[in-house]
Design a protein around this ligand. Structure first.
Ligand SMILES: C[S@@+](CC[C@H](N)C(=O)[O-])C[C@H]1O[C@@H](n2cnc3c(N)ncnc32)[C@H](O)[C@@H]1O
Length: 338
């Protein structure tokens, strides 16, 4: 596991009504939190106070939430990395007010990553802004799988990412592979702008082209901008629509639903990615997908019956041992030999 971590992501956050057995999404109560203290507090005291308050208000990961926010205000990434003495020194009134303002945002269920406006993904730190999707730890594993495959290839490489969000996947692959060039696409203007900003911050902008394309509407344009690539990567929206209303309030209230909702069977965008992969990839080029654990056999069957040139290679498990990553490969067809 890399960098800063928060555990709960994509957890279904609904409760069942006892009387009707139906799903009732959480209602986030408006609450203001403890008043700005008159007496001076140390970071340790502030962390304890806010942990208790988050706990009382049902905010998930109360400990990590208060610690990451206070560490951020103190100019550090984690509480553990703040000097011991600094944790017991009184906070200035300005820093106390900053902590109170940020913790109030967390109290309204804003994810910590949006509260502190940045997050770590593998060995890079990315700027975060709602409603652009917050990268999840499983996606670090997807990147590892792609990296270890591409590292075996020699010469210049080009890849396409569909649905780049904050740029997490493309930027960490570019960082790890100096011979790689990438094209990143997203239907969201917010995502495209954030990927551009993150690419500039990391000094990777010269090897990355970023386009505001919707692959369901602009397939022809996508094809004209990307062809002959060695790899295609996507962590597409793959949730089943019926599961959307029961997501945690952090996700429901702040993240773009278009980054999550994959339609009735979660496969709406995935099928289009498969079609594009069969047209964009070079022979022996590979498509790497992050999906729901129910998807791999469905994807294999669909690709086999619709796309002769795309062979299903393997399903890989995530760190929870769930089948989450699909690899497919473009093969020469009889047509190609003619
Ligand atoms: C699950 S997020 C993944 C973001 C990022 N790759 C990551 O792993 O953190 C899916 C992304 O796909 C984008 N997306 C959804 N539908 C799309 C479409 N039709 N065309 C292009 N991008 C799309 C969303 O805007 C979102 O940024």
């Amino acid at each position: 596991m890399w960098g800063r971590t928060l555990i709960e992501r994509f957890t279904v956050g609904c409760r069942k009504s006892k009387s009707q057995g139906i799903r009732v999404p959480y209602v986030v109560r408006a609450c203001s939190g403890p008043a700005l203290p008159v007496d001076r507090l140390t970071p340790l005291q502030a962390a304890t106070l806010w942990r208790q308050h988050f706990q009382e208000e049902g905010v998930s990961e109360p400990d990590h939430s208060s610690q990451y926010i206070i560490a951020h205000v103190l100019g550090a990434k984690t509480f553990e990395s703040v000097k011991k003495e600094a944790l017991s020194e009184f906070l200035s009134p300005e820093k106390t007010e900053q902590i109170w303002n940020l913790c109030a945002k967390r109290l309204s269920r804003m994810p910590v990553q949006y509260v502190i406006e940045e997050w770590d993904f593998r060995d890079i730190t990315l700027k975060m802004r709602p409603p652009v999707f917050i990268p999840r730890p499983e996606t670090e594993e997807l990147v590892e799988i792609v990296l270890s495959d591409l590292q075996k290839k020699s010469g210049p490489l080009c890849m396409v990412e569909v649905g780049c969000g904050s740029g997490a996947i493309s930027l960490s692959l570019l960082k790890g592979l100096p011979q790689l060039k990438a094209v990143a696409l997203d239907q969201s203007e917010n995502a495209v702008n954030l990927t551009k900003e993150n690419a500039l911050r990391l000094g990777l902008e010269n090897r990355l082209e970023i386009y505001h394309f919707d692959i369901l509407k602009d397939a022809a344009t996508v094809l004209s901008h990307c062809s002959g690539v060695s790899a295609m990567v996507s962590n597409p929206p793959y949730l089943y629509t019926e599961d959307m209303s029961s997501l945690q309030p952090e996700i429901l209230c702040y993240e773009d639903p278009a980054a999550l909702d994959g339609g009735a069977d979660g496969l709406a965008l995935i099928k289009q990615v498969l079609i594009l992969a069969s047209q964009i990839l070079l022979n022996h080029g590979r498509l790497y997908l992050e999906v729901d654990p129910r998807h791999p056999p469905l994807i294999q069957r669909w690709a086999e019956s619709h796309l002769e040139e795309l062979q299903y290679v393997v399903t890989k498990q995530d760190f929870n041992n769930r089948p989450r990553f699909c690899i497919l490969q473009k093969e020469e067809t009889n047509e190609d030999h003619k």
